[in-house]
Design a protein around this ligand. Structure first.
Ligand code: MEV
Length: 317
């Protein structure tokens, strides 16, 4: 008996944080993914072997959250490791870092692998719901945007609600992006809580920012469908400004965003929870992608070169 499953990494193109309050967001799966393998384990317990490459200290910092998440997944799937011990191995080419959906990708990969191991025949919708439960271990009260991208792949319009609105955005051609890692581990839960507190203290200011964020998503969807790269980039820059205003950027993120723009990126912004983690730059065509990635790497930061909008997140396996 064996089980295997994958979950995509993701990059939020528009409206991380705002999405928590029901503002629409746009997210893309990326070509990097986490794979989970499951085999029987001789003791009546879980043996979790995490072989993912990671930002230093990431795994140690997330250790408790990871175990909380795993327990939630098992409970949701009605699986009792005391009846059947399980060895779960995580690997794949998605770096375990903040902002690129590492937690969601691992939840989806584990849910899929368990589904295969126990022959449960679950649909994507069910995998997504299980991964959402798992994400609670990391985020507390996640919007669901990350696990949705990790499950379905591709480019997605996501709006949280009583019934989440999940719509695939079709674009004529995938677009190259560069993701830059500040190397700082971020606590999404704390970042989300900080926004909530400041929003409650400054309702007028935040209302204006939130209105503009909402507006940007509609413009961005149109620009994506029209392949208007310049406009997409401009809107990403504006989105970053709004994220700065709600105080979830950091000096390292702003530094990488500026390097990307100075080297020709059409737009750049933080991606994910912020306060560290990763940023994303829009760099259509390989040449520009290479130039921007090199400029970030020269400063000593790691990058991912991938695309947004590829079918199934660019995973061809
Ligand atoms: C984290 O990748 C995205 C946030 O908007 C949190 C969430 O949506 O749950 C910051």
């Amino acid at each position: 008996m064996k089980g295997r499953g994958i979950g995509f990494g993701k990059a939020i193109l528009f409206n991380e944080h705002f999405v928590v309050y029901g503002i629409p967001s746009i997210v893309s799966a990326i070509g990097n993914y986490t794979v989970a393998h499951i085999e029987p384990y001789e003791k009546p317990e879980i043996n979790l072997i995490d072989n993912r490459k990671a930002t230093p200290q990431y795994k140690e910092d997330k250790y408790e959250q990871q175990h909380d998440s795993l327990n939630r997944i098992l409970t949701k799937m009605n699986i009792d490791p005391k009846k059947q011990g399980l060895a779960i191995t995580l690997e794949g080419n998605l770096y375990a870092a903040s902002g690129i959906g590492a937690s969601a990708a691992s939840c989806v990969a584990i849910a899929r692998a368990l589904n295969q191991f126990y022959n449960m025949n679950l649909k994507d919708e069910e995998i997504n719901e299980i991964a959402y439960e798992g994400e609670k271990g990391y985020h507390g009260n996640p919007s669901g945007v990350d696990n949705t991208a990790s499950t379905y792949g591709g480019l997605i319009w996501f709006q949280k609600g009583d019934q989440n609105e999940i719509e695939r955005i079709e674009i004529p051609n995938p677009i190259e992006i560069v993701i830059g890692n500040t190397g700082k581990i971020a606590n999404t839960k704390a970042a989300v809580a900080g926004v909530r507190e400041r929003k409650e203290n400054n309702p007028r200011k935040y209302e204006e920012i939130f209105d503009r964020a909402e507006n940007i998503t509609y413009l961005a969807k149109q620009a994506l469908e029209d392949e208007d790269h310049k406009e997409i980039g401009k809107l990403m820059n504006e989105n970053h400004k709004l994220l700065q205003q709600i105080e979830v950027s950091s000096k390292e993120l702003d530094f990488l965003v500026n390097i990307a723009r100075e080297n020709g990126a059409l737009g750049a912004k933080l991606t994910g929870g912020g306060l560290g983690g990763n940023m994303i730059a829009l760099t259509p065509k390989r040449e520009l992608q290479e130039r921007v990635a090199t400029s970030i790497e020269k400063e000593g930061f790691q990058t991912i070169k991938t695309v947004i909008g590829a079918t199934r997140g660019g995973y061809e396996g």
